[in-house]
Design a protein. Structure first.
Length: 505
């Protein structure tokens, strides 16, 4: 009976385990191991003792998330029924004029462009300049596609070269797509962003963003894990990967240990999650799919000189992953905009906020809360700020926005800061030049595969959809390799070869 271990319970790991059980042989043994007790990886959620929901980031579902929709659908969940439309409504704080501006984007990709040109935060001359840039750039993209050579250019340089008015990069509307909505502290690769724009634009009827209608772990990931178990898979929690056993270029198994319980009051784990003494154990496997974030996997690989000398495993240290920062605020006051609205353009580190009171059933009819705010950002450069300072900065910034003036410090019922818990501090796997370091699913070690939003795929953009796709890709490659091995073992030996070998002993 072949055994496969999938490490990590984020979208990539869940997708990989489900695909293995769905398409693999009946006798395939699949074990999904996760370090924590909550499913979802960086897209997880959990509840406080009194039932309030905390999120590891405010995620959205876009129209081109086809494989993610299919994944949760097979688990009996309708993604549209368990999410809330963002209605394309944004409130944008423009730093350059210190004013609030409103933006409404329609549900179609083509309409989004026209709606964007109606944005009152840009002058008529700036809109004309952007329209001219778009008319110049789009034919090139349609003719050439998005070549990988564009990964060496940042989006700003690529756009300026094609006539984008320079002052537009000073506006919140463009800046926020990097450091507010997507948690980027620096530039983004032109290749990475334009590939995503193409993917988002291919379906003109499903361009709108949708927000989870509650905690994602309970809504989506728990049903997927239940389907994995129903298909015969095993989900094992509290297992930290610490080593990879291999010989003669072939995987033998994985070493796991129990993680040491972590004090939530501590903001960081500087060198990864420590393990409980005496819990190290080897789990043999015919194959494995590793979906850990690059910094965590790089720490495992670094313990083995053979692995750490193998490209692309040797390059994992050149990739990092998001260092998220979240702030949940439960407040007495009610913002004036009651439709689903995203506020962006607030100063770093928490530049993006959404009110989840109308989204989450547990908040919708709770009269204690006027607003259930979720601020999201990037922790880079703000690692030393304490919780109170982050709260004060976020609320002071939000009060400048039209409709949110009453959300002051005095009205706060409770708040919680969700910090980065890993050794990484910066997002790098979508910055210019990062593509050269991204690995493919298959590694030089036979039986060892990789998956995650940092692995090469047909999207090459870090998001939930691009975690699911490489997860399924890795499963398909792994099953193919198992079938090849089975055929080779069952192939009859040439006449005389075995007899001669036996006779000579």
């Amino acid at each position: 009976m072949p055994k496969v271990i999938v490490v990590g319970s984020g979208p990539a790991g869940l997708a990989a385990a489900e695909a293995l059980l769905d398409a693999g042989p009946a006798d395939l043994e699949v074990q999904l191991c996760t370090m924590g007790h909550i499913l979802g990886g960086k897209a997880c959620s959990w509840q406080t003792e009194d039932g309030r929901t905390l999120e590891h980031g405010q995620h959205v579902v876009l129209g081109f998330y086809d494989q993610m929709r299919a994944l949760v659908s097979r688990a009996g969940v309708d993604l549209d029924d368990t999410s809330v439309s963002g209605q394309g409504r944004f409130i944008v704080w423009e730093e350059r004029d210190q004013q609030t501006h409103h933006l409404h984007l329609g549900p179609s990709s083509l309409g989004t462009l026209l709606d964007g040109l109606a944005y009152d935060g840009w002058s008529a001359a700036e809109k004309a300049g952007f329209a001219a840039f778009f008319a110049r750039a789009m034919p090139e993209i349609l003719a050439r596609g998005v070549p990988e050579s564009w990964d060496d250019q940042c989006l700003t340089a690529w756009a300026l070269k094609r006539g984008m008015p320079p002052q537009l990069f000073e506006t919140t509307l463009l800046r926020a797509s990097r450091d507010a909505q997507l948690n980027w502290p620096g530039e983004i690769s032109a290749y990475s962003m334009l590939r995503t724009v193409r993917a988002a634009g291919r379906d003109y009827s499903r361009a709108e963003a949708r927000f989870p209608g509650g905690g994602m772990s309970a809504l989506w990931w728990k049903p997927v894990a239940a389907r994995i178990e129903a298909l015969g898979g095993q989900v094992t929690r509290l297992q930290k990967l610490v080593g990879i056993q291999h010989q003669d270029g072939r995987l033998l198994g994985l070493e796991f240990a129990s993680p040491l319980p972590h004090d939530p009051a501590r903001p960081y784990i500087d060198r990864g999650v420590p393990i409980l003494p005496g819990t190290l154990a080897l789990s043999s496997a015919d194959a494995a799919i590793l979906t850990l974030p690059p910094p965590a996997l790089a720490q495992v690989v670094a313990r083995d000189p053979t692995l750490s000398a193998m490209p692309p495993l040797a390059w994992l240290g050149e990739l990092t992953t998001v260092a998220p920062l979240g702030l949940h605020v439960w407040h007495k006051a009610t913002p004036r905009p009651r439709h689903q609205t995203v506020v962006l353009g607030l100063p770093q580190p928490l530049g993006y906020v959404v009110d989840n009171k109308p989204n989450y059933p547990e908040y919708r009819d709770d009269e204690r809360f006027g607003a259930c705010l979720h601020f999201v950002g990037q922790e880079t450069c703000f690692e030393e700020w304490d919780d109170q300072a982050l709260l004060d900065r976020a609320l002071t910034a939000l009060q400048r926005v039209e409709g949110y003036e009453e959300l002051d410090r005095a009205g706060v019922i409770d708040f919680a800061v969700v910090r980065n818990r890993g050794p990484h501090k910066r997002y790098w796997n979508a910055e210019p030049g990062s593509l050269a370091f991204k690995p493919k699913n298959q590694t030089p070690v036979q039986g060892l595969f990789l998956a995650g939003d940092w692995v090469r795929s047909n999207l090459d953009f870090p998001c939930m959809e691009n975690a699911v796709r490489p997860g399924r890709q890795a499963a398909e490659l792994l099953l193919r390799s198992l079938r090849r091995s089975t055929r080779q073992r069952s192939r009859p030996k040439r006449a005389g070869s075995g007899a001669v070998a036996m006779a000579g002993r």
